[in-house]
Ligand binder design. Structure first.
Ligand code: PFF
Length: 445
């Protein structure tokens, strides 16, 4: 007999876990530089529209499918259609996509762990400005360091997921997320006293319509999907642990708001640091976080504390996202084979750790699969996310039983009046928007 469905320990636990999934490397790294390169404030306006008109409806739809079925993605689609239905493939895609994303997300998180470690032991401060700038190249080229920290990060993620929904994910999210918000606030306050604060904010938030191109809108939409963790079945899985009377729309609004606030705050930290220290480039790529930012921080008073705060912030943000990614295959294994959580987490963790090895060795000299990490990221971000997102929206909008959908949207909700608008967005606006992003990504549009 199957054990009863696990449940969140508290509503705030669910909100923080889902917001933890959303707040990740995407907010601290991708969002600031995409904003800087696409017209600053204009991009932010476009991004907020994408979050409200596309992200929010898809997130709530995913959570709703999960709560209505109390199942992980594959079993959920199976229950709402029939075994062998075409829709079930979106469940499989979710499991595969979440595992794929986690396999290389963990490598980047591993770099952050290494930097957090060398911030604490003084090595980073000791390496001086020039040393810090060249350090990142050495770190990514070292097979031993990459593998060690990738495995360490995966072990940490498995450790939390092993604890279960209430005692693992919920409990840790209630510790990690407030800590993250405190560290981020501290860094924003510190950044406000930097000489380049005004210039940094101007770069991030200044309105520059001439830099906003048609592709910028598509970049905003793609970023909204990545940042809100939608289309991969993570929100569906987290929704499956929700109580029947929780307000899905209200929770989704809070998660989207928190995610957007963190992205904006990250920009208010990153660019003032970049602009306060001559010679640093607001350019893209991992070098922004692992070379430029530490080069700036090391030149400030109390640099050890600042460096440790910054890299722990990265590790915490990545960990809460990784937990949600691992939970998708874990809950799949539990539902599909009736395995224990321990066995499922150990197996999924081991497979994904192995899957991450080519990414961990991507930048090592003579690597058999050079730039594997970047290529996998391209496939996940540009193919798997849009296809998954379109599956969720079309299923919830067109295929799902009307009575069930209506009932779950309204249950405990103060947003009953928004039902028709939500359904219209899901049925028409969201699919059209996603198809445009997809065609743009593959070079057709
Ligand atoms: N939202 C995370 C970020 O911004 O880094 C990435 C992510 C986590 C995407 C979990 C998808 C997901 F299911």
């Amino acid at each position: 007999m199957q054990a009863p469905r696990a449940q969140w320990g508290s509503r705030i636990g669910f909100i923080l876990a889902a917001a933890g999934s959303a707040v990740g490397l995407g907010n601290l790294w991708k969002f600031p530089y995409i904003t800087g390169l696409n017209g600053g404030g204009v991009f932010i306006l476009a991004y907020v529209c994408c979050v409200v008109l596309v992200g929010l409806p898809v997130m709530s739809a995913e959570i709703l499918i999960g709560r209505a079925t109390q199942k992980s993605p594959v079993a959920a689609f199976r229950e709402l259609t029939h075994p062998g239905s075409f829709w079930v493939s979106f469940g499989w895609l979710g499991v595969f996509a979440a595992g794929s994303l986690l396999s290389y997300y963990s490598v980047i998180a591993g770099w952050a762990m290494h930097y957090a470690y060398i911030s604490l032991n003084g090595e980073l401060v000791g390496s001086g400005v020039e040393g810090v700038q060249s350090l990142f190249g050495q770190v990514v080229a070292s097979p031993g360091l990459n593998l060690f920290w990738h495995i360490a990060f995966m072990a940490l993620t498995v450790g939390v997921v092993l604890g279960g929904v209430a005692k693992g994910i919920d409990r840790w999210s209630r510790i990690l997320m407030p800590a993250l918000l405190i560290m981020l606030t501290g860094l924003v306050v510190r950044a406000a006293f930097l000489p380049g604060f005004g210039e940094g904010l101007e770069f991030a938030f200044g309105i520059r319509p001439e830099e906003f191109r048609p592709e910028s809108l598509l970049a905003a939409l793609g970023q909204a999907f990545f940042s809100l963790s939608i289309g991969m079945g993570t929100m569906l899985t987290y929704g499956s642990y929700l109580h029947r009377d929780d307000d899905i729309m209200d929770s989704s609004i809070q998660i989207c708001a928190l995610d957007t606030i963190v992205a904006l705050a990250a920009s208010a930290v990153i660019f003032p640091i970049i602009f306060s220290f001559a010679g640093l480039e607001p350019g893209q790529g991992p070098g922004l976080l692992f070379a430029s930012i530490p080069t700036g921080l090391i030149q400030m008073p109390f640099s050890g504390v600042l460096l440790a705060t910054f890299f722990f912030l990265l590790v915490f943000a990545a960990l809460t996202s990784a937990i949600s990614l691992l939970e998708v295959p874990v809950s799949f294994l539990i539902d599909q084979f009736g395995w224990s959580r321990g066995k499922s987490a150990a197996l999924a963790g081991a497979v994904i750790t192995l899957y991450g090895i080519p990414s961990a060795l991507s930048y090592v000299e003579g690597s058999a699969l050079p730039e594997f990490l970047d290529k996998l990221d391209w496939v996940v971000s540009n193919l798997m996310f849009p296809v998954g997102g379109i599956g969720m929206s079309l299923f919830a909008g067109w295929r799902m039983d009307e009575a069930l959908r209506h009932d779950h949207f309204l249950s405990g909700s103060k947003y009953r009046f928004a039902y028709n608008a939500w359904l219209t967005l899901l049925r028409f606006i969201v699919p059209v928007g996603i198809v445009c992003v997809f065609l743009n990504a593959i070079g057709v549009m």
